[in-house]
Design a protein. Structure first.
Length: 406
């Protein structure tokens, strides 16, 4: 076997939002206990990932039959994509990075991959090359998330632009008041919470609505009749209501010593046009092209990172395979040494000091084989996998022959 033979045994069946409706995905959702129980009888390793956007089964084996049966029983196998080798690895890398999500760049999927990975390990379903593949996917997902947080930027909605503007102008420690607890006000509150803002007050005529929105994000709330006092203690005030008459008039600010940044997103306008320096929807839209450009650039670079790590993966997988073989070889050598020690004790060639003798044997095996071990690892890292594999195979054959003769 060469490295492509090992890689080719990494397979996946993917039912995703690209081909299946939400209803189809829901109907396909697997009982994890039953699915793992069935699949682990047929494959060396199994990993199941289920989210609102996907029902995917990864496995290490020679054929798709048992895995396809899981979908066939649900009547949804016709929507499933077959992936193997580097294509299966690329897919899980991209999934973990958020590049295959319905909302590209969303961050929840990385946590879902980690949770599914831990579940599979607890079940004893991972531990070999597939397990290593999922580990690498999680690393790639974290790297992309760390280097390119902009991929999580949504479409440039007014609320997202307002949150971005506030963050740029005043920073996340600013005291922000949001006047209005409707859809716009609620969305601005959510965007600010996502950016790490904590000192936010929701102001609304109906106090119960303000309380409800504030509770979602741990913010404070206040009634509309306390607006002037709220303004006095705020760095930024955002108006987002559908009030017919302006809620803030010029004379209201006469009692305010330091006028905060005022953003008016109301339709019609919530702030008296005579108040100077008010930031309007038109001014926020100047940020739109920049925000979109940042996301496009981040997505391009995130895709490039995935491909770079994919190229590296083949070399790392080869190294892992060789390391596993070396580990097996060392374990076999230690067991031979242990047998020889016990034989020597039985023949009274040495005293019954098995622990000391065994320690000496293991130390000797490690020191003698260290140059060979290092050489084999270097071959794997240099892409000379077949050479390393040939050496190990021949060595095992000779040692087995020698063992049988003795």
């Amino acid at each position: 076997m060469d490295i492509d033979d090992y890689l080719g045994k990494i397979k996946a069946l993917a039912l995703t939002h690209r081909k299946a409706t939400t209803i189809t995905l829901s109907e396909t959702y697997l009982n994890s206990d039953e699915a793992y129980g069935r699949l682990m009888r047929n494959y060396e390793e199994v990993f199941i990932l289920q989210t609102c956007n996907r029902v995917e089964v990864y496995f290490y084996g020679d054929d798709y039959n048992a895995a396809e049966e899981v979908y066939r029983a649900k009547g949804t196998v016709k929507y499933v994509d077959r992936l193997s080798g580097i294509d299966a690895v690329r897919h899980i890398f991209r999934v973990a990075a958020g590049l295959e999500s319905a909302a590209i760049g969303e961050s929840e999927v990385l946590g879902q991959v980690e949770e599914a990975f831990n579940d599979a390990r607890r079940r004893g379903a991972l531990g070999g090359l597939l397990g290593y593949t999922i580990e690498r996917a999680i690393r790639v997902g974290k790297e992309v998330r760390s280097k390119y947080p902009e991929i999580s930027i949504g479409l440039a909605s007014i609320s997202s632009l307002a949150a971005e503007y506030i963050h740029r102008v005043k920073g996340r420690d600013a005291a922000v008041a949001i006047v209005g607890a409707g859809s716009m006000g609620s969305d601005i509150a959510r965007r600010l919470a996502e950016k790490g803002f904590r000192n936010v007050t929701i102001v609304n005529r109906t106090i119960d609505k303000a309380k409800l929105v504030a509770a979602r994000y741990g913010f404070r709330y206040a009634p509309l009749d306390s607006l002037i006092n709220i303004i006095k203690n705020s760095d930024v005030v955002v108006f987002a209501t559908s009030a017919i008459e302006p809620l803030l008039k010029r004379r209201d600010l006469e009692v305010v010593n330091a006028v905060p940044v005022i953003i008016d997103l109301g339709v019609p306008r919530n702030v008296d046009p005579e108040i100077p320096g008010v930031v309007s929807i038109d001014e926020l839209k100047t940020l739109e092209s920049e925000v979109i450009e940042r996301k496009v650039r981040a997505l391009r670079e995130a895709n490039e990172i995935v491909e770079i790590r994919l190229t590296e993966f083949k070399r790392l997988l080869a190294k892992r395979i060789i390391e596993n073989m070396i580990s097996e070889l060392m374990s076999w050598s230690f067991s031979v040494g242990e047998s020889e020690v016990r034989r020597a004790i039985n023949a009274r060639l040495i005293k019954d000091d098995s622990d000391g003798a065994l320690l000496a044997v293991k130390s000797t095996v490690k020191r003698v084989t260290l140059p060979l071990v290092m050489y084999l690892k270097e071959l794997a890292e240099e892409g000379r996998f077949n050479e390393a594999l040939t050496i190990i195979s021949e060595l095992k054959a000779r040692l087995n022959g020698s063992s049988k003769r003795t």
